[in-house]
Ligand binder design. Structure first.
Ligand code: DMJ
Length: 471
């Protein structure tokens, strides 16, 4: 959400309400709209400090046990690769940089920047997943550049984007291939999910803005258009597109992965860069989503799966990743639906100790019982708290934070859960990169007063990278 010169009433999903506008929100949280009595001490400053302490413990474990590797395996005390088997792109370091900056952990930030300067190798002769490389690495390098103004970080972001561009430029439709070889530019992966096609305009657009070279923004917009132009007569889009032929490979309309952030970046492209086409596309597709996919059950709002041509329901599952949509709805003029959708996910937490990865919302049973330390519910808490001033959203984040501490904490930090329904809960062995970039950043911004964050004018990407608003 952008809070300056807003195009609409509400700000964009990832832009945080301005300090001027959050002041009443924060004040309300302690009084009429709040839950604490006037005499009760404000728990949030201490919680903010606790978030930094927990982050620091996990970061220290990563430094000790997996420094330079993509991700930490905190249970076995080892590291693993995310993009390239046997090769690293320093994912956790790059994901953590702007969070380290916000938390004022400057010597750790410097160590990370020096790793990028001296050890990050982008010329590897191996394919990488284009979407993940853009949202995590290009976005992470750009937010680190915004934090430090170290030109080297911008140069690395641009170098990586240039190595990824063949995925867009070699595609007959403009929708990117899924994988590109960083060294040779060879592409593969013709059937691409919409999130992978459409989640690049924030990072690529920002790169164009900073460098003055339009080619990044143009490639990203062309990819979004490739999908929009193939919408059905009832304005639904499917799940997967063949990027060479332009034919739909998956015809299920859904907000769940692998589509989710496709919608988010249509809106973000409009609010970040003022592109009117993107707003018109977002509005048309969202109207169809609300008309065809929204389903009210027991007073709760959910979004079903449907055939993109007929609109006929084909499924009633929901992914935890779709919890982000509460914030997106709220910022794009659908606040009441956004709040209702967040209530639905809060009801899930009344039934499970942690939200399962997939749920059948008719039965409220877990379809996939994993909890990969997902950040989407906390993400929406942050946005909704700042947008509405209702303390309930900060309280909800506080609740999830304490559950995460109770169930996911291990000696070397935090790990994913394989089964939230098992007793005792069955743990996995991974701290995903996004935990450093998203979860802990959202909690920190919710609980602490981040002095290095501009609450009046900012932007956080789908990966939580602060591309605007660091000071
Ligand atoms: C993150 O990598 C991003 O938020 C992405 O858009 C989808 N969700 C994962 C974390 O769950």
């Amino acid at each position: 959400m952008t809070n300056h010169a807003r195009p609409g009433g509400l700000t964009r999903r990832r832009m945080i309400g301005g300090l001027a506008s959050i002041t009443p929100a924060v004040a309300m949280a302690g009084t009429a709209a709040g839950t604490a009595s006037a005499a009760a001490p404000d728990p949030y400053p201490a919680l903010g400090a606790d978030v930094v302490k927990e982050f620091r413990t996990a970061w220290d474990s990563y430094r000790r046990l997996a420094w330079g590797r993509d991700e930490l395996r905190p249970v076995s005390g080892s590291g693993s690769d995310f993009f390239i088997p046997g090769g690293t792109l320093g994912l956790t370091i790059i994901e953590a940089l702007d969070t380290l900056y916000l938390m004022e952990l400057d010597s750790e930030l410097n160590a990370g920047v020096e790793w990028v300067r001296n050890d990050l190798r982008l010329d590897q002769n191996a394919p990488v997943q284009v979407f993940e490389a853009i949202i995590r690495l290009v976005g992470g390098l750009l937010s680190a550049y915004a934090a430090t103004k170290d030109r080297m970080l911008l140069d690395r972001a641009r170098e990586l984007a240039d190595r990824l561009l063949p995925a867009f430029h070699r595609s007959p439709t403009g929708a990117p291939y899924r994988y590109v070889n960083l060294s040779t530019g060879e592409v593969r992966g013709t059937e691409a999910p919409l999130a992978e096609i459409g989640t690049c305009i924030a990072e690529f657009g920002e790169l164009s803005r900073i460098t003055g070279d339009r080619k990044y923004f143009d490639a990203a917009k062309k990819a979004l258009k490739a999908v929009y132009d193939r919408r059905s007569r009832i304005d639904l889009v499917g799940t997967t597109l063949n990027v060479e032929t332009g034919a739909w490979a998956g015809r299920t309309a859904t907000l769940d992965p692998p589509v989710d952030s496709f919608y988010e970046y249509l809106w973000d492209g409009w609010t970040l860069f003022g592109d009117h086409d993107l707003k018109a596309w977002y509005d048309k597709l969202t109207a169809a989503v609300l008309k065809r996919l929204a389903e009210r059950r027991a007073g709760r709002l959910w979004f079903r799966q449907a055939d993109m041509t007929t609109g006929k329901a084909t499924g009633h599952n929901q992914s935890e990743l779709t919890a982000f949509y509460a914030g997106l709805l709220a910022q794009s003029g659908h606040l009441a639906d956004g709040e209702r959708y967040h209530d639905a996910w809060t009801a899930v937490l009344g039934k499970f100790r942690l939200p399962p990865e997939y749920l059948d919302y008719r039965t409220m049973k877990a379809v996939n019982p994993a909890y990969p330390l997902r950040p989407e519910y906390a993400d929406s808490c942050l946005f909704l708290w700042l947008a509405t001033g209702k303390d309930r959203y900060r309280a909800r984040a506080r609740d999830l934070y304490s559950r995460q501490k109770r169930h996911c904490k291990v000696a070397n930090g935090y790990t994913v859960v394989d089964d939230v329904t098992a007793s005792p809960m069955r743990l996995g062995d991974l701290t995903p990169g996004y935990w450093y970039s998203e979860n802990m950043k959202y909690y920190y911004l919710l609980f602490a007063k981040a002095s290095r964050f501009d609450y009046t004018d900012n932007y956080l990407s789908t990966e939580g990278n602060v591309l605007k608003g660091l000071r």
